[in-house]
Design a protein around this ligand. Structure first.
Ligand code: ZN
Length: 209
């Protein structure tokens, strides 16, 4: 895909996430990688109104190559790209239900959400919870890089989810699956739950809707 097309695809995903309340205010950031160039939403922008010309261009070391100043959370995206060479897109939001789960004290930090649905298992898998860091604290980078080697998505403590994909739509799908599963998890708190098993997932005829 050409860089102008990548810009349009990124902006369309940003607007869609914002319009569906998966992010709010000036929170959340999206990046796509083309070779060693990364397009990322700029600092202080709203995913609801960001435009293709607003995007920042950085390299995989974080050097600013062009466009506006990149998001303060660009280091997180770069950590995931370093850990997952097949990833070409990273989406991070402060989605409400995922953020709520990220504040819970009694979850397993190695795997925050139980396997409630086959879609969650297939699109996300195990979801680790990383310890809280202040926004923009790049000490989170090495932790995210290490966790992303074995996981396609992460949940940042008291913050929100980060999802990677081999395409932007795959990353968006994973992020939405985290948010919907976090919502189910909170709806089911206190009720006996029957999670799906590997056998259930393998019996699924297709992931396609
Ligand atoms: Zn954030």
């Amino acid at each position: 895909m050409s860089e102008p097309d990548l810009r349009e695809e990124l902006v369309a995903a940003a607007h869609s996430l914002f319009q569906r309340s998966l992010t709010h205010g000036r929170t959340g950031n999206i990046s796509v990688r083309a070779g060693d160039r990364v397009l990322i939403t700029p600092t202080g922008s709203s995913l609801g109104s960001v435009r293709a010309d607003d995007l920042a261009v950085i390299d995989l070391d974080g050097s600013h190559l062009g466009g506006r100043k990149p998001s303060k959370e660009a280091f997180l995206h770069l950590a995931v790209f370093r850990a997952r060479p097949e990833a070409t897109a990273v989406v991070h939001t402060h989605s409400t239900y995922s953020a709520a789960v990220s504040c819970l004290a009694d979850v397993d930090p190695d795997n925050v959400l139980p396997p409630l649905t086959a879609y969650f298992v297939m699109r996300v898998g195990r979801l680790p919870l990383l310890p809280y860091h202040a926004p923009g604290d790049d000490a989170l980078g090495p932790l995210a890089e290490s966790a992303a080697r074995a996981h396609r998505a992460l949940l940042l403590g008291n913050h929100g989810p980060v999802a990677a994909g081999s395409t932007l739509s795959e990353a968006v799908d994973a992020l939405e699956e985290i948010e919907e599963t976090a919502k189910l998890f909170l709806l089911l708190r206190g009720l006996p739950v029957r999670p799906v098993t590997t056998r259930h997932v393998n019996q699924a005829p297709s992931i396609a809707p």
